[in-house]
Write a protein that binds this ligand. Sequence first.
Ligand code: SF4
Length: 212
Amino acid sequence: MLKINEIYHSIQGESTKAGLPCVFIRLTYCNLRCTYCDTEYAFYEGYDKSIDEVIDEVKKYNCNLVEVTGGEPLVQNESIELMKRLCDEGFEVMLETGGSLPISEIDKRVRIILDLKCPSSGMMKKNLYENIEYLKSIDEVKFVIGTREDYEWSKEQVEKYQLDKKCTVLFSVVFGELEPVTLVNWILEDKLNVRYQLQMHKIIWEPDKKGV
Ligand code: SF4
């Protein structure tokens, strides 16, 4: 059984799939406590569902793109099997993970969006850097940047691990903390080979609206 916080149909707000309709499976629990977390409601609340029940619910939306998110989905080991089963059913599957738990056992068909937590998140020490060796070209590494220190740190990690050669690198702002134009200007000044992303769902709907 999986502990599910919510399953809903919306527009993918982030990543290279931004703008596409997507079914989100939000799993309960998270082992991190980022300063800017906007999904604290997923830390404990949830209901039990089997993998078969989850897949049946996802199928109702007639939507091929599915994202497994949280909380931190990898806290529940069964999430690995859920993603495999979704791939077997022909869905295009994405995973959003905070980057503190191993990704090595995840089905290679899954597009992994891996956070590297910046200093202002308060969770930088939890980054599991071993994960970098398992990144595939379809995966994406995401930095959520709230300060100039975060930006400089992110730039260092891209350089150190040659992340932009391995996969897509996403730079995004901590909503309400750093102006998008500031981050965009820094990226252009330093001629970084990264992709700036807006959290589209926070612009379409109220920033704190759930289930979108
Ligand atoms: S990893 Fe995600 S869900 Fe967990 S505390 Fe950080 S922002 Fe919130």
